[in-house]
Design a protein around this ligand. Structure first.
Ligand code: CA
Ligand code: CA
Ligand code: CA
Ligand code: CA
Ligand code: ZN
Length: 575
């Protein structure tokens, strides 16, 4: 009951109105000096679709636990080819409900493609050559609640599947409580001469741990709240927790191995819908899942024991090694180097869908600097915490962010503790850039996606020799060249026989022999024993493959290269 009253207060919170646009009208080009609520994301997608009806399709691909629609905006110039013929680029964000700027990156990418199409060469090429699938908000309930409810910067991550975290038979019965009604869940502290904390002498807002034997001033009581169910514990069973990024099917492990996994893979109804949608778009060859935070580009795999084929690592490197230059300060590494996970996006897309899957961990708090001195000396090298860093961040808050990221400690009369103080970093802080920093973040990260689109495979086929061997036989030699950095099929998918492998097919005459040329000058060919008219292979990035066919007869012979992900090409020769 008390919780209900407090959440009503939270609705008229300050935190929202500061950063939302004053006028509710959303127009194209979209603005990126603000954050979009879930409803505004939908309006923004509708506005993009209305402004560019020929280049876009807006699809509701499923619904969440609470019935919110999950959208995918498809971008493509239809005149340049059918959807499934083009290499697909999937971009999603905000699978963790609190990681909202991931949604803005997706919106910006869409806005960039559409507003620059026909004006910018790189963009025009990407819209003509690729099929773009943009899903700005995966966890639609999580985003909606992050804005609507009082939260910490770390809460509202979960899917809205009730879970009894403390095994008392009640579900989600004791979450945080916005005691002061400011829209954020901050920290509670109480004056205590025996406490473990004291105020930092330089900035008394910062709580510093006392040394052994030193006198304390405060005890930190934890996040804002009360004991809603009267069990003596505070905030022990908040919403969820089912982590949507541990709920995918590939390498899913139950909650006793992987916390937040959910009761079974795709127990999230929205997750299931997204997975079904991706399965119907087998042309997807590269995908990005945007999260916050820490400034990282993570590639598959998530387990250290798995080694990727070397050519797949090379393909990832073609993106990752450039990405870290486009986004200064980010690092690029395999996902397991951060920590091993089970049932995550990376694994599902790479091992099940055969897509080069990357996670973008947006934003580095180390960018929130006030003094150049601290920035240079302590910050960028040291990604850890420390009082020095806290002081710097508070100065950044005070002098650069106009005090909007932090709430000063203020007295509050707590129903159990009596006189306490509430204060600390607000929910729209710490993991999110202040809106003035958002335009650069969304642009740089979208530039990485565009770069990846430019690296999707493109195959050129040339018949470079037709030789008469006599006795009604001709030798035809053909070269297939992939000019870009990503393979036409991941080497992993080729090895796993995940789907019909890329192949070259000769029709129109009888093929007597056929095989891969290792050196055409030396006539070194390894002939395939059965069905020589069809040859299976993948063409890694920036490489070529040559094939030879001995063909009997005369007339027109067709050579077709067929790939699930790269665009098919064909040519014919008259013998
Ligand atoms: Ca419970
Ligand atoms: Ca509060
Ligand atoms: Ca409780
Ligand atoms: Ca509570
Ligand atoms: Zn995340």
């Amino acid at each position: 009951m008390i919780r209900k009253i407090f959440s009503l207060i939270a609705i008229c919170s300050l935190a929202l109105s500061v950063w939302a646009a004053d006028d509710a009208k959303i127009t194209v080009p979209l603005r990126f000096d603000r954050y979009y609520t879930y409803e505004e994301v939908v309006k923004a997608l509708e506005a993009l679709h209305a402004a560019y009806p020929k280049l876009t399709t807006l699809e509701s691909i499923g619904e969440s636990e609470e019935g919110r629609k999950i959208y995918v905006l498809k971008i493509n110039s239809p005149e340049s080819g059918a959807e499934l013929e083009k290499p697909g680029v999937w971009v999603d964000g905000n699978i963790h409900g609190n990681e909202i700027q991931a949604g803005e990156v997706c919106l910006y990418y869409a806005n960039m493609l559409l507003t620059k199409y026909g004006k910018n060469e790189q963009v025009t090429k990407a819209v003509d050559r690729n099929m773009h699938y943009i899903c700005p908000v995966v966890n639609v309930d999580g985003r909606a609640h992050f804005f609507e409810d009082a939260n910490t910067m770390n809460s509202s991550r979960s899917l809205r599947i009730p879970k009894d975290d403390d095994n008392d038979g009640l579900f989600d019965e004791d979450g945080y409580d916005d005691l002061d009604g400011d829209g954020s869940i901050c920290q509670m502290r109480i004056k205590d001469p025996n406490g473990n904390y004291k105020a930092d002498p330089e900035d008394p807002r910062i709580m510093v741990r006392v040394k052994p034997g030193e006198k304390g001033e405060y005890t930190i009581l934890g996040s804002e709240g009360i004991d809603n169910d009267g069990d003596g514990r505070f905030n022990e069973d908040a919403e969820g927790y089912v982590d949507p990024n541990r709920n995918w099917g590939y390498n899913w492990m139950p909650p006793y191995v992987q916390s937040g996994a959910g009761n079974f893979p795709f127990s999230g109804v929205g997750m299931k819908a997204i997975n079904d949608y991706v399965a119907k778009h087998p042309n997807i060859i590269v995908n990005f899942a945007f999260h916050n935070n820490g400034g990282m580009w993570l590639r598959a795999p998530a387990e250290k024991s798995v080694t990727l084929p070397q050519s797949d690592v090379a393909a990832y490197d073609a993106i990752g090694k450039e990405a870290i230059k486009i986004t200064p300060g980010y690092v690029y590494m395999p996902s397991y180097d951060l920590y091993p996970t089970y049932g995550d996006t990376d694994g599902q897309f790479f091992f099940v869908f055969g897509s080069y899957s990357l996670v973008g961990e947006l934003f580095m708090r180390s960018q929130e600097t006030y003094s150049e001195e601290v920035k240079a000396a302590k910050y960028n090298e040291d990604r850890g915490g420390g009082v020095e860093r806290d002081r710097e961040q508070l100065k950044f808050n005070d002098k650069v962010a106009l005090g909007e990221l932090y709430h000063d400690w203020k007295p509050f009369n707590h129903p159990v503790y009596g006189e306490i103080e509430i204060g600390g970093w607000v929910k729209m802080s710490s993991r999110l850039p202040h809106p003035f920093m958002l335009p650069e973040l969304v642009h740089r990260n979208s530039a990485v996606v565009l770069l990846a689109a430019g690296e999707t495979p493109e195959v050129e086929m040339n018949v470079f020799e037709v030789k008469d061997l006599g006795k009604n036989l001709k030798r035809v030699r053909v070269r297939l060249e992939n000019k870009n950095g990503l393979s036409t099929m991941t080497a992993q998918a080729f090895k796993d026989k995940l789907y019909t492998q890329d192949h070259l097919k000769v029709t129109g005459a009888k093929v007597i022999a056929g095989g891969k040329i290792s050196d055409y000058r030396l006539d070194q060919v390894s002939y395939k024993e059965e069905k020589p008219e069809i040859q299976f292979f993948a063409i890694p990035g920036k490489s070529k493959a040559e094939y030879e066919f001995i063909i009997e007869g005369k007339g027109e012979v067709k050579l077709e290269y067929v790939s699930r992900k790269a665009k098919n090409v064909s040519t014919s020769v008259t013998l």
